[in-house]
Ligand binder design. Structure first.
Ligand SMILES: [Zn+2]
Length: 232
């Protein structure tokens, strides 16, 4: 089995020529329990609450997809048809990949009449960029989440590219952003949330010491946190 990733989807290529497409959603996780068949062990793992899909491997390993909030998803398709799957085929380039650069983003945002916040959350523009990271990127670049994407000049759009890469790389290095009960692969909570400059900091003083507080507004159903003084 080969594990890949595209955007927020885990792609598990099976020996059968099929691929499992997995989305963990907000709180989903894969719980792996190793047991050796024929050997004495305490007790086989029992089904946990919210185990929605359980795989029993030939070597006795039990892999459970556990998701309390049910935002996850799973589908089994032919590996050759993954790129055409409806969850995958409209996705934009990976933000850490070579296809994503300044000229791509300038071109992609030219046609977007939505606010820049919503445009950057649009997975057809950039794949896999989440709400937290868009808030942080816009703060770092001094761009208001309310600004119309197509009205941003080229130099401001260009500033987004390194900011997106930096924020994602820093988050990966810190083990991701844990919200409530979400876990890293080793079961530990991620630590990036302690470094948020604006996300979830409504009412707190702006880190730039500009004298303003962080505001929260709702755009396209998602919270945007920003400094109205530093972000224009
Ligand atoms: Zn500020």
């Amino acid at each position: 089995m080969l594990l890949r990733r595209r955007s927020k989807y885990i792609l598990a290529d099976l020996d059968s020529g099929e691929t499992l497409i997995i989305h963990l959603g907000m709180s989903g996780r894969m719980q792996i329990d190793h047991t050796t068949p024929g050997q004495f062990h305490h007790s086989p793992p029992v089904a946990q609450k919210h185990d929605h899909v359980v795989f029993h491997m030939e070597d006795g390993t039990r892999i459970a997809f556990n998701d309390a909030r049910r935002f996850g998803a799973m589908d089994l398709v032919q590996t050759s048809a993954v790129e055409q799957h409806w969850l995958i085929d409209k996705l934009g380039p990976e933000p850490l990949g070579n296809q994503f650069d300044e000229s791509y983003l300038i071109d992609a945002l030219k046609k977007k009449s939505s606010p820049i916040k919503s445009a950057l959350l649009d997975q057809r523009v950039i794949a896999g960029l989440g709400n937290i990271y868009v808030c942080e990127v816009l703060f770092r670049t001094g761009i208001s989440p309310k600004r119309k994407a197509s009205n941003l000049n080229a130099s401001r759009i260009e500033s987004l590219v390194p900011a997106i890469r930096d924020v994602l790389n820093e988050a990966i290095e810190s083990g991701g952003s844990s919200l409530r009960d979400h876990r890293q692969t080793n079961g530990e909570l991620g630590y990036f949330q302690h470094q948020f400059a604006v996300y979830d900091r409504e009412g707190e003083a702006c880190q730039n010491e500009c004298g303003s507080k962080i505001f929260r507004i709702v755009q396209s159903g998602r919270s945007s946190f920003y400094c109205p003084k530093c972000q224009r």
